[in-house]
Design a protein around this ligand. Structure first.
Ligand code: FE
Length: 131
């Protein structure tokens, strides 16, 4: 089981940039195409910038053409949490970091083989560690 962490808003603001804070804690979205990790093809692991929880592997990344880093599978079954999101008049599934509860993006059913899932993730809140 992943041990959950909790911080106050003030504590998050101390360790996150304003951009990271806006996405992770306020469910913001980065501009498509804005994150340098979008085109990253190195072998490694993508972790949560807020808490270090491992979220995705480079072998699960694919180019969805959306402008956001996309993955077809999470790092593990317990890495992520899912919430129904009915904001903006859309029915979507929100993806959160299971350890810190931070907002990461959404998951859709139009992804790549073998799972055909598309985890559409804000790259600004990912920390890449080369293997
Ligand atoms: Fe996290």
């Amino acid at each position: 089981m992943i041990k959950k962490i909790q911080k106050t808003d003030a504590e998050w603001k101390k360790i996150l940039t304003p951009e990271q804070y806006n996405i992770l804690r306020k469910k913001g979205t980065e501009a498509p195409g804005s994150c340098s990790l979008l085109r990253n093809k190195e072998k490694g692991v993508y972790a949560c910038v807020g808490c270090g929880n491992k979220l995705f592997k480079s072998s699960e990344k694919f180019d969805s053409g959306t402008g956001w880093p996309s993955f077809f599978e999470p790092y593990s079954d317990e890495a992520l949490e899912y919430h129904e999101d009915n904001s903006w008049g859309m029915k979507r599934v929100e993806v959160l970091c299971a350890k810190c509860g931070g907002h990461l993006g959404h998951v859709f059913d139009d992804g790549s083989a073998p799972t055909f899932k598309r985890f559409c993730i804000n790259g600004i809140v990912l920390k890449f560690k080369e293997l």
